[in-house]
Design a protein around this ligand. Sequence first.
Ligand code: COA
Ligand code: MG
Length: 303
Amino acid sequence: MQTIGADAKAAGAMSLRSMLFVPGDSERKLGKAAAGAADALILDLEDSVAKDRLPMARGIVSEYLTSTRGGARIQQLWVRINPLSTAEALPDLASIVGGAPDGIVLPKTNSGADATLLDHYLTALETREGVALGSIRILAVATETPAAIFTLGSFAGSTPRLYGMTWGAEDLPAAIGASTNLDDSGKLDPTYQLARSLCLLAASAAGVEPIDTVYTDFRDSAGLFRSAQAARRAGFTGKIAIHPEQVEVINQAFTPSAEEVAYARRVVEVFAEGVGTSSLDGKMLDMPHLKQARRVLATVARK
Ligand code: COA
Ligand code: MG
């Protein structure tokens, strides 16, 4: 199963740069988000929706999915359901799978076993609803509980539906009982930097996409751009947005520059001769450089 993700990556399967959260109970925000440039929307049934509005939110999300099912969706449509440990998770799934969402964002996972369990639920519901078997992917929010940090390796091989893994710096401190996720200097405390690094490594080990977490200060576009660029340099392939104005900034940060693309083309050309190692502009090149160059070109081939 690990190789499915790895092959898809090597083949340059489209990865999502920006995934915009939209509270599932707001038709107004849904309309606004649908008109924007996000690669994917995450229609939320979890924390951005008050419990007494959840049935209404399920209705709105389900109707929107159904109205676009089968047509050419210009954006992928994902749904964040409630955690599997709650009574809301199954009713969430039962009300939205018929709309054939592109994927499910699964919050507060404890290990890869949660992704496997969701895989089974989806298989049952896809069968009932006549949705293509295995078509609904999974993005695991993998670092929201302290226990999850110790089982991140278990996502590898958990299910071929696993699209990616993301981390969070908001729910983990709450679960720990920390009063802030920042250190004295205003930087992310080492605990949450660790969560970020482990999520990146675990996603990479599982052959799936590492997706960077939200940048909560949504008025600070410059800070968001720096954060998104740092994430791309580190190996993340996309980032989650919470406000429409963040979308273009993220898309831009995750799009390689013309110089990067030109350089990647030159690297690939060097290896076209069939050599295993070579040099370019006085620097040694070997297989990791070729892999990286192919990845850059795959990102641009998507458009
Ligand atoms: N998706 C779609 N539209 C959004 C949006 C979103 N995530 N966030 C804001 N908008 C819309 C607003 O409705 C507003 O449109 P309008 O003027 O036509 O009403 C416009 O964009 C400007 O919004 P703004 O006034 O700058 O922000 P706000 O104070 O209305 O909302 C938040 C701020 C944080 C509440 C809002 O951005 C939001 O709901 N974000 C998503 C939260 C979420 O899903 N969290 C869960 C994951 S952490
Ligand atoms: Mg949360």
